[in-house]
Design a protein around this ligand. Structure first.
Ligand code: GLN
Length: 193
């Protein structure tokens, strides 16, 4: 089983390092062109700048390739924005795969970056175990559509969600030393696909 990490912009190398804790190096593919998609069974779209990732995705001919592949995808922060059906107040590119309405930089200026301990409701983490959520100019999910399961919330807003074979977080698990969310993506979503 090979996992791809979209390597066009953003913190993709942090995802690679996290995956190295879980799978063999040779099974981690940095995806930069359509051909790379043929090799993988699951894809991670990293954090970064969603407008840049979107533009580069189109330039590299990866947008349609990713939509058509129907693989399990894990998107963090900007990766979540790229997967969203609706980016509120913006007509920037997105793949429109995940049934959520998202507002970019939703926590505003003074809280552009913060950390918070999250209760992970599902995904098989141990009872009471908290996950350190690193939020950097994070988006806010304002509403969700049918089929979307909320796996964790911070205050009123969902921060970790699943929609079929899509998993998204508004925070950055790749910037912690806790590989549990990546492990669950691999074991529960990619391996079972
Ligand atoms: N604010 C960024 C965007 O809109 C996302 C930030 C991140 O990925 N940490 O693309």
């Amino acid at each position: 089983m090979k996992i791809g990490v979209l390597g066009l912009q953003g913190d993709f190398y942090e995802h690679v390092k996290m995956l190295e804790l879980l799978i063999d190096k040779k099974d981690i593919i940095i995806v930069k062109q359509p051909l790379d998609m043929k090799e993988i069974q699951g894809l991670i779209i990293p954090g970064g700048e969603s407008t840049s990732i979107g533009k580069l995705m189109i330039e590299h001919g990866l947008d349609k390739e990713i939509i058509n592949a129907q693989l399990p995808i894990f998107g963090t922060c900007a990766g979540l924005i790229i997967l969203a059906k609706n980016i509120i107040g913006s007509n920037q590119f997105s793949l429109k795969l995940m049934n959520i309405d998202v507002e970019r930089n939703g926590y505003g200026r003074q809280k552009e970056s913060f950390e918070a301990d999250l209760d992970i409701i599902s995904l098989g983490l141990e009872a009471g175990e908290k996950f350190r959520g690193v939020f950097i100019r994070a988006p806010i999910i304002k509403s969700i559509g049918e089929g979307v399961e909320i796996l964790s919330k911070l205050g009123d807003y969902p921060v970790l969600l699943r929609n079929g074979n899509l998993l998204v977080s508004t925070f950055h698990p790749e910037l912690t030393d806790n590989p549990n969310i990546h492990r669950l993506f691999i074991e529960k979503m990619v391996a079972k696909h």
